[in-house]
Design a protein around this ligand. Structure first.
Ligand SMILES: Cc1cc2nc3c(=O)[nH]c(=O)nc-3n(C[C@H](O)[C@H](O)[C@H](O)COP(=O)(O)OP(=O)(O)OC[C@H]3O[C@@H](n4cnc5c(N)ncnc54)[C@H](O)[C@@H]3O)c2cc1C
Length: 371
């Protein structure tokens, strides 16, 4: 069976890797750019699975499955690709501000009890415990924390490159710098079948097509008269060089509070000296076009991080960047389904703020839909 995967961000690369382990599939991945250049290249890689408020249904199952799968994937991918993937196994620490507490402190105790029944751990910490574990934090504005030891953070770009290497070593062909610009469908009874994918490098015969093109999915599905409206939500982030670890060098979880992440760089590979901070959440205009990055919003993210962790004030900012998250308009994220009206086109797109988190479960879902 010939399969074309359109898009090689973290989602397309994860699907390619998962399918590369199925015998008998001939897979080609197309991307108009090199891998991990779009949303994936901007992501912070925070995997908020166990600490999320989802407790049942598909949303929870996908989070749980992804967190578990990453623990298997990372060592395998490192072995095959020879790349070291920064993978923070020290968990995620969520700081609770008074506003968070006013929503109900017991909600976290309830969630911890649910997670314990599901076989996962969550700890609710008071400020004394927090001060002891993370002396770098200013606890004046913080009323406690939730520690999720099983959640993770990883470097999305290195992960994607390792997925590409591993898929390639299993026989997948990658065509970078090749844009998919059309399809040749054929009417068959009530449904259409896509026979060819048209690319900037020619026409390719296919048995199945997977559209995992992030924001590019809108144009591709529109050509098939089944437009899935994916809109850009801009996120800006900052790279801080501190020069040493903040707090205890042996305990460097990803920290999150008030929707601002403080992420140690190079986790598990090099001692923490640098941190990513982000990200803003900036919605497009009503027509769906992204607006220029908002300088004040980035400044407020920076100030929030400094208020949590005052030492960041003296750190050097070596880089700021932005990226566009693919968010489905008027529908929950992500969209993983058969494209209506077509018997052989699947869509895996619109992962919005959680594409890195949900990439493994997305790949497994697509595999189950194909075989
Ligand atoms: C600042 C920021 C921080 C983030 N932090 C996190 C986080 O901490 N945790 C998390 O889980 N998620 C995070 N995200 C979200 C995450 O980045 C996305 O959900 C994820 O990267 C989506 O992956 P994707 O593969 O679907 O899309 P993309 O990475 O956008 O890849 C789509 C690919 O399709 C290609 N393409 C499009 N159209 C075509 C075409 N016609 N032909 C060929 N190729 C095409 C593009 O070139 C691109 O490479 C963050 C995003 C941003 C911007």
């Amino acid at each position: 069976m010939y399969i074309a995967i359109i898009g090689c961000g973290v989602v397309g690369a994860a699907i390619a890797y998962e399918l590369s382990q199925v015998p008998g599939l001939k897979i080609t991945v197309f991307d108009q750019k090199p891998p991990a250049q779009a949303s994936t290249g901007a992501a912070l890689g925070v995997l908020m699975g166990i600490i999320s408020h989802k407790t049942k249904g598909k949303a929870w199952r996908m989070r749980e499955q992804s967190i578990a799968t990453y623990s298997e994937w990372v060592p395998k991918l490192e072995a095959v690709s020879g790349r070291k993937i920064p993978f923070n196994r020290q968990g995620i620490l969520m700081l609770l501000t008074p506003e968070e507490i006013s929503k109900g402190e017991s909600q976290w105790e309830n969630l911890a009890a649910i997670r314990a029944k599901q076989g996962w751990q969550l700890e609710v910490w008071d400020t004394a415990k927090l001060k002891q574990a993370c002396p770098q934090l200013n606890t004046e504005q913080i009323t406690g924390a939730v520690y999720s030891p099983c959640d993770r953070q990883l470097d999305p770009t290195t992960l994607t490159l390792a997925l590409v290497d591993a898929a390639m070593s299993n026989g997948v062909s990658f065509k970078f710098g090749v844009e998919v610009n059309g399809f040749s469908p054929l009417s068959m009874n009530s449904e259409e079948v896509c026979q060819y994918v048209e690319t900037s490098a020619g026409k390719i015969s296919v048995d199945k097509v997977i559209i995992s093109a992030g924001l590019g999915s809108t144009g591709l599905t529109a050509q098939l008269n089944q437009k899935i409206d994916i809109r850009p939500v801009l996120g800006q982030a900052i790279h801080f060089h501190v020069g040493h670890a903040l707090g205890n060098p042996d305990f460097q979880p990803a920290i999150t509070g008030d929707d601002v992440h403080i992420v140690p760089c190079g986790a598990g590979i090099v001692p923490a000296t640098d941190y990513w901070v982000g990200a803003t959440v900036e919605f497009p205009n009503t027509e769906g076009y992204s607006l220029p990055p908002d300088v004040e919003l980035l400044e407020s993210v920076k100030q929030q991080a400094i208020s949590f962790c005052p030492e960041l004030k003296n750190a050097t900012i070596t880089r700021t960047w932005s990226g566009l998250r693919p968010r489905p308009e008027g529908r929950p994220a992500p969209i993983i389904e058969k494209l209506p009206g077509y018997s052989n086109i699947l869509v895996a797109t619109g992962h919005y703020r959680n594409g890195v988190l949900l990439a493994p479960a997305t790949a497994v879902t697509i595999r189950e839909m194909i075989i």
